[in-house]
Design a protein around this ligand. Structure first.
Ligand code: SF4
Length: 227
């Protein structure tokens, strides 16, 4: 993100804000306005939002606030792409959203204390080997230490990730919620049932873990945007 963008009070988005239902993690099922920010510093192999890698279109804060106000949903999620690539601008936008409950979805590669302080909820997507990408261990550890009361980890897995998943879970404090989700195209529609069997066999002792399907994929299987 350039300083110009920050000074001009702009955020780059790849699609206009839209109202949907949160399809993943501990907030699953909540009505939510999604603000999909442009650009990503990762290239996950199974990424289902590759269109977010583009430069996007600049929105003035005022325009964005107006659209969010018009939609009228209390929950507002900043996702991407990687929203923290526009951390300065995001911070400015969050200042205008004091009456909303705000959510950040990040890949765990960029540290931004001010944004983490400002948002109400943080979701960190931990990257597994099947993604061919890596979250930053230092960022993840700092998040877990500083923001455990509003943090969740979300882990998209394919069958090849399962041995690695056990090691990763051992490094996450038990009180932080973790959701494991079958990667839709690797497992197919029955993935949550298959993954549930594995969790029952290996993770009975973990109190704060959940298996969930990607709800939005089940609700709207034919849509690839605005879900
Ligand atoms: S971090 Fe998210 S948007 Fe970026 S490549 Fe990975 S899945 Fe796609």
């Amino acid at each position: 993100m350039s300083n110009t963008v920050s000074r001009e009070r702009l955020l780059k988005l790849v699609e206009e804000p839209y109202l949907s239902i949160e399809g993943e993690g501990i907030h699953i099922g909540k009505p939510m306005v999604f603000i999909r920010l442009a650009e990503c510093n990762l290239r996950c192999g199974w990424c289902d939002t590759k269109y977010s890698w583009s430069e996007g279109v600049s929105w003035r804060f005022e325009e964005l606030s107006d659209v969010i106000d018009k939609i009228g949903c209390i929950n507002v999620s900043f996702t991407g792409g990687e929203p923290l690539l526009q951390a300065d601008s995001l911070l400015g936008m969050l200042d205008r959203l004091g009456r909303y409950v705000t959510y950040l979805n990040t890949g765990g590669t960029i540290w931004s204390r001010q944004v983490f302080e400002k948002v109400d909820w943080i979701t960190c997507d931990l990257k597994m080997p099947s993604s061919r990408m890596k979250s930053n261990v230092t960022v993840v550890e700092r998040l877990a230490k500083a923001y455990h009361e509003k943090l969740q980890f979300k882990i998209v897995v394919t069958p090849e990730d399962l041995p690695h998943l056990l090691n990763v879970l051992n490094s996450i404090p038990q009180d932080i919620p973790v959701t494991v989700q079958p990667e839709y195209y690797s497992y197919g529609a029955g993935g949550a049932a298959e993954l549930s069997e594995w969790v029952k066999a290996h993770l009975q002792d973990r109190a704060n873990i959940r298996v969930l399907p990607q709800l939005h994929r089940l609700l709207w299987p034919d849509r690839d945007r605005k879900v």
